[in-house]
Design a protein around this ligand. Structure first.
Ligand code: SF4
Length: 235
């Protein structure tokens, strides 16, 4: 129900033809924490310029990595995490490539990746979904967590707990579509501070006890607002 409503609203997101390298994606996911896309990308580009093969980061000095990724924020912590995780990968997954990793079942692989220092459910499932092209993976970030709990599909306090509660209920092969559409919905409609409940296509199914309060904040004709919303720029 939720997936089909969001598909009506946003369509089916297209996958890029070329999947990113799993290690590149893993490092990029760590760099994306607590910053915006622009600064995260700058940090990634700086790091890639100095270390074209990220496996070499296993022997890097965290101080140098910190300098390179400073633009992305909390560089002190991220640099240590990146060096530690790549060193760990070098020992546990000498062939950290798509062919090797895809041999595993989705949940088994995600649990294996979580054994790496600094890798949580979100990073592990992002690697699986985006770098391995595994459409059974379903990363839960802060947007997905918020929306699923407001609607009432989950009743959990953290993204990791929400992930564990829903991961086996996501329809097979639909992780990419549902993940991206929920993020888009969480950024544009079911936002953290001022959710647009007054124009929400999930209003009737949503269990959030504050939805009526937010719906009353802007009582405009639903059809007009839906058109306006569809014209908002893409994420
Ligand atoms: S009704 Fe409001 S809280 Fe519920 S899903 Fe829609 S925007 Fe989010």
């Amino acid at each position: 129900m939720v997936a089909s409503r969001l598909r009506d609203l946003f369509g089916v997101p297209e996958r890029k033809r070329k999947l990113p390298d799993p290690l590149d994606l893993l490092v990029a996911t760590i760099l994306s924490q607590n910053t915006n896309d622009i600064n995260s990308h700058r940090a990634y580009t700086n790091l890639k310029g100095r270390y074209p093969d990220f496996m070499a980061l296993a022997d890097a000095r965290p101080r140098e990595v910190e300098r390179l990724i400073k633009v992305g924020g909390i560089a002190n912590k991220k640099s240590k995490t990146i060096v530690a995780v790549v060193a760990d990968i070098k020992v546990k997954f000498p062939n950290f490539d798509r062919k090797r990793l895809r041999k595993e079942n989705t949940n088994v692989l995600i649990d294996m990746l979580r054994e790496l220092k600094g890798v949580g459910y979100k990073t592990a499932s992002c690697v699986s979904l985006f770098a391995l092209g595994d459409d059974d993976a379903f990363p839960v970030d802060i947007h997905v967590h918020r929306v699923l709990n407001r609607i009432g599909i989950a009743h959990e306090k953290t993204p990791d707990k929400t992930y564990l509660a829903v991961r086996d209920s996501v329809p097979k092969g639909k992780g990419y579509e549902i993940h991206l559409n929920l993020i888009k919905f969480g950024r544009k409609v079911c936002t953290a501070q001022r959710p647009r409940c007054f124009e929400c296509v999930l209003f009737d199914d949503c269990e959030w006890n504050e939805k009526t309060l937010h719906a009353e904040k802007r009582a405009l004709p639903a059809d007009d607002k839906k058109v306006e919303f569809m014209l908002l720029e893409e994420v």
